[in-house]
Each structure stands twice: as structure tokens, then as C-alpha cells.
Design a binder for this molecule. Structure first.
Ligand code: ZN
Length: 58
């Protein structure tokens, strides 16, 4: 089971590279049980979306 540090590191790496399926699984499992990381991930997803729409890309 990964800890919060590993989870947040994976979440930021996820912005730069596709995660392996076992990384995604471990992260998802952690987020199911960890409220803090769950919220953090939601914020990251929101930020990424905001950045992408500002870039005006496809
Ligand atoms: Zn956590």
C-alpha cells in the first residue's frame, strides 16, 4: 500500500507521463481510502483542465 507522499508524487507525474496500469491501480486504491489525496487529485484535475483551456489547444 502506498503512502500519501508516493500518491502525490504519482499524481504529479501523471501530468507529465502516462502511468502504468499498476501505478494507476495503486493510486486509485489509495484515493479510495485517503480523503486528503482524493481531494488533492480533484484539485489537480481541475488545475490541469484550467491550464488546458487557457492554452487553447485541441
Ligand atoms: Zn493519501
Amino acid at each position: 500500500m502506498m503512502n500519501c507522499k508516493q500518491a502525490t508524487e504519482l499524481m504529479s507525474q501523471e501530468l507529465d507521463r502516462p502511468l502504468a496500469w499498476r501505478e494507476r491501480m495503486a493510486l486509485r486504491l489509495h484515493n479510495l481510502m485517503c480523503r486528503g489525496c482524493h481531494q488533492y487529485r480533484k484539485q489537480l484535475a481541475f488545475l490541469r483542465m484550467a491550464l488546458r483551456s487557457r492554452a487553447g489547444g485541441d
